[in-house]
Design a protein. Structure first.
Length: 379
């Protein structure tokens, strides 16, 4: 059996695709991944064989004088590769508005293999402007036109929306082999530096700036340091500027996007992790964020303004800030962390073992295979 996973943003979300494919390999699949890379004047399609290594097995370059025509050709290339090489499943992470250019090829693909289409959140992320809102409406219109060809639509659900009843609900997962358990860094005096890690994909609605205000307002005895791992964007630059204007530049290390191997190394020296900070003004009160699973695999207690059903209510290493519009009280959070070190000296190992048992993708893959085997269409 063979599966091809198409992720147009492999550079940002590749570790998620690789974790999913590793779970598929445990069920006996040969696993492949594909992406489309936008360059100045071309689109580059790449297909990889994924096992212990990632090897490029096919590629094509298309001129992008006409954007839509180039993506139309890119999807035709990827789908034809799947058909010609007898893939059993083609798994697509949300294509966003580019689904409009893939749509004409869906029927041909469906005649030869099963299609699984993942929508990470529904409704889509709250748009920050009217152009994004229009784009999202166009995307859903295009999706509805092709959904009859899709065998399973999966959705990672947020509390502020309900998908169609037949969608397969799931929670994000990780590949535990990416993480190493280290001893917790020292915290042997009031003057010790508390180091926090924040993995983010900064967009205006993610409210990442709230941690800056919390650091500015902190009156406790410790020094603070924040390590940010986020793809560079307009919001990323704005946060850098805000940190400078607030006098926090020396306390924050902006790294841009980091691979999980680099994050694993950095986490060895961290005490805490910054989770989802989206405010209630956007209606985002629940999350299944991959970074929360990353933090758990890394052994970093985390705080978040959203609930995460991957963790039970009494999970001791997930601090839920119930009033999402209030200021974040780092003094209280640090005291919570000090209690963890006192009462759970092996907390890093406990978190790693929880991630190993509960937070990998194997259960999700089993649900997909059960749905496909039953012959039940998602619609």
């Amino acid at each position: 059996m063979k599966i091809l996973s198409i992720n147009l943003w492999f550079d940002k979300y590749g570790h998620k695709t690789l974790a999913q494919l590793k779970a598929f390999r445990s069920f006996g699949f040969e696993t492949y991944a594909a992406t489309v890379i936008e360059e100045d004047k071309t689109l580059k399609c790449e297909i990889y064989k994924v096992d212990d290594d990632i090897t490029t097995v096919a590629s094509d370059v298309l001129e992008r004088e006409a954007f839509g025509a180039a993506y139309f050709g890119a999807f035709r290339y990827l789908f034809d590769y799947a058909v010609e090489n007898d893939f059993d499943i083609v798994y697509m992470r949300r294509l966003m508005s580019k689904i409009m250019y893939a749509g004409p090829h869906f029927k041909h693909l469906k005649d030869h293999c099963r299609i699984v289409y993942e929508i990470p959140t529904f409704p889509f992320d709250v748009p920050s402007n009217k152009l994004y809102a229009l784009r999202d409406k166009m995307e859903m219109f295009a999706y509805r036109r092709v959904r009859k060809h899709i065998s399973v639509t999966s959705c990672c659900l947020y509390q502020h929306g309900r998908p169609d009843d037949d969608w397969l609900l799931f929670e994000n997962g990780i590949d535990i082999s990416n993480y190493t358990v280290h001893e917790a860094p020292p915290l042997d005096s009031d003057s010790c530096v508390i180091t926090m890690l924040m993995i983010a994909n900064m967009q205006s609605w993610h409210r990442s700036e709230r941690i800056l205000h919390a650091m500015k307002d902190y009156k406790g005895p410790h020094k603070l340091k924040l390590i940010v791992a986020s793809p560079k964007s307009r919001e990323y630059s704005q946060m850098q500027e805000l940190a400078g204007s607030m006098g926090l530049a020396d306390m924050i290390d902006f790294n841009g996007f980091l691979q999980i191997s680099e994050i694993n190394r950095i986490a060895e020296g961290c005490h805490l992790a910054v989770g989802q900070l989206s405010g209630s003004e956007y209606g985002v009160m629940e999350t299944h964020a991959i970074k929360h699973k990353d933090y758990c695999g890394l052994g970093l207690p985390m705080f978040s303004t959203c609930t995460d059903t991957s963790f039970p209510d009494d999970y001791p290493y997930y601090y839920f800030l119930r009033d999402t519009d209030a200021d974040i009280d780092l003094d209280h959070i640090i005291r919570w962390y000090e209690d963890i070190r006192k009462n759970h000296p092996g907390y890093r190992r406990e978190m790693y073992e929880y991630a190993q048992e509960k937070l990998q993708y194997n259960g999700y893959v089993q649900d997909i295979l059960d749905r496909l085997q039953s012959g039940t269409s998602a619609f």
